[in-house]
Write a protein of this length. Sequence first.
Length: 567
Amino acid sequence: MASTLPSTPIFEAIAKHDPKSPAIIHGASDRTFCHGSLLHDVAAAKDNLTAMVDGKSLAGERIAFLAENGYDYVVTLLSILAQDAIALPLAHTHPNSELRYIIENSEAALFLSTEKFQDKAQEVVREGLNHIPQLQILSKIETGAVSAENVKFSTDDVKNGGFMLYTSGTTNRPKGVVLSVPTITAQARSLIEAWKYGPSDLLLHVLPLHHIHGTINALFTPLMAGAAVEFAYPFSADTVWKRLGAPFLRNSPPTKRPITFLTVVPTIYNRLLASYPSLDPEMKQATRSAITPRYMRLNISGSAALPTPTKQAWTELSGGNVLLERYGMTEVGMALSCGLAFEDRVDGSVGWPLPLVEVRLVESETGKVIEPGEELDANGTPREGEIQLRGPTIFSGYFRNAKATAEEFVAADDGGSKWFKTGDVAIRQHVPGTGQSDQAWAKGPMYFIRGRKSVDIIKTGGEKVSALEVERELLSLPEVSEAAVVGISSEQWGQKVAAVIVLTPKGLTGGRGGKPWGAMDMRRALKDRLANYKIPQELKVVESIPRNAMGKVNKKSLVKNVFEKLP
């Protein structure tokens, strides 16, 4: 009996790719799955989901899943989309409490787990969920199908499915961001046009798969374009250098092709640069060849500000390759990007609006739109404004949270769709010598990010952290009476999460050996409450935290007064 898949752009694209060309490669084992195998295995997994629910419709239902980075993740994700359901990837690195919150908040109908994470999945379900989804353990796919000849396409109306990620916003609980199939398709098409993904590309994937960067930029988009994705997660500098250098060694295995596409966060480039001197001479020579513009077509840095020294060091090591910066977020995918021409990759700039994306800057104080040609004030100083976005790549709202959705959108004055308020502040400037390439979208003044409107959003190593969420967890501890969480500058991470606390009487003697509670005690206490990147890297204990008449903390002053002397 033939299996069917809906005629949506992602499946039609995979079906048009050479069925024998590689789609997914496991770096450690060299196991390779072709596009034909992928299409067949997705259709089979879709049928398996139907059997799990006795043939009931899963349209619009949230299906949460825990899967390792690799072929099983890809098949699971696409099979959920094939059911017209909403795929909700979970991070196996997150504590069970966070996973329980997401499962309950999303009201997931199914909770899928690969065999590798079945113990964790069973713990999550066992530990006090009010809403208990049906848990199913998925068998590992050892070898892909031989072909997809028995897969047919249906004309079923698909309009409820999509992708759902949780983000820490300005509230103290993560919100579900629903990205419909048309939205993620538009995001992929925008990037395919801008970054020219194609079947000859081989992307090395070292990112987590519960963020927009790892899922849309580095997986969904290359799959649509016919590129191959090679997984090498979790990130290890030694592993990445060995993989990059492998095709250029004397005894190179014939299966190892040069990596053409790398998209990671600045922290990873820093770690690669720091570890390069420890490589042996042959590997040094091989890796330097691997990252030259001749072989590595595109190297992208995103999710956090790229330090200029890092960018310069990479250019020097790679023989002239220049890191491309871009700007995006969970709610909008990628919105801005520098161009493919090296002269269009300007230090500190995130470039121009990507294809399909409309951007405007709105002054926070006056609410006035900074129109083209009005980038400078009367004194010649660049005018700062909040980045606001609209277009088919923008999400439509937070999951069952009309209040939060309404707060983040503003009506347009031109009769068009509403604008999404990013909370990021930028300026727009003409940069001489840019915009001369054949990329039609990469023209005009470039955007430069100045920071967040809200000090309660901290971006560390590509992750976005809600200070309020961390404060809530700190204040739940018996050793802490007051807490303020801030972001402090870090060359390695962009920002570091830091906490200022006042101890309770118990905290004064509650540390190890009867000493006052300190940084190590804090990390142990928060380990099972927060993801590791949310746990403050710096802790300062004070007698009191200054507050204004309304009881609010001036966090900018707090950073200056408390942390200015820290390295």
